[in-house]
Ligand binder design. Structure first.
Ligand SMILES: [Zn+2]
Length: 190
């Protein structure tokens, strides 16, 4: 097959060369609320072409490559004094797979445990292209059904306004959990 990024013949959907150059990461941080940081690996526009392929039949493979170049590397060097749980903001299945669940799965380590299906949005209205005002008026209205008193990393594929991240953090804190930070694949305002 041909590499999706450079078009050269490749054994993988994205060739090894592109994985080490194009997909090399540097951690970018954004303070979305006081002392609440969300870290991202990619500039959204740089990877949007690849990310948009997530809705195609081989999209899970692309996401897996992105995740192993970012989330997996992050988790291999991440240490903490206690067990940490990775919770996906939006692990609803789109077509055949959940994109943020794949990301959370890639954080799995001796310290980090992916924790699925515990944070559910009751309001699933699309935010695409909508203003911060619209998002704030149409909150996700999360329900948390997981354990209390956990250390948590919030996971999503993209951060735009940060409103959803903040909303998720608040509901988790009401359940006596501590949100250490957010971790996303890409930042739209990088
Ligand atoms: Zn390539």
């Amino acid at each position: 097959m041909r590499c999706l990024a450079c078009g050269k013949l490749s054994f993988e959907i994205i060739c090894k060369n592109c994985q080490t150059t194009l997909l090399s990461t540097s951690l970018h941080s954004r303070e979305v609320a006081k002392d609440f940081f969300v870290y991202s690996f990619y500039n959204y526009t740089d990877i949007s072409k690849l990310l948009n392929a997530k809705y195609h039949f081989f999209g899970d493979k692309i996401l897996q490559i992105l995740a192993s170049n970012s989330f997996k590397k992050f988790s291999s060097s991440f240490t903490f004094s206690n067990q940490v749980y990775a919770i996906s903001i939006d692990d609803v299945v789109t077509k055949d797979f959940s994109h943020s669940a794949i990301l959370a799965q890639n954080l799995k380590s001796h310290i980090i445990k992916p924790y699925f299906n515990v944070l559910k949005a009751q309001n699933r209205v699309s935010y695409a292209g909508k203003s911060l005002e619209f998002r704030q008026k149409n909150k996700r209205d999360f329900i948390y059904s997981g354990k209390q008193y956990l250390n948590i990393i919030l996971v999503d594929d993209i951060i735009t306004t940060g409103a959803t991240m903040q909303e998720a953090k608040i509901i988790l804190e009401k359940n006596n959990c501590e949100v250490l930070f957010g971790l996303v694949l890409s930042d739209a305002k990088y």
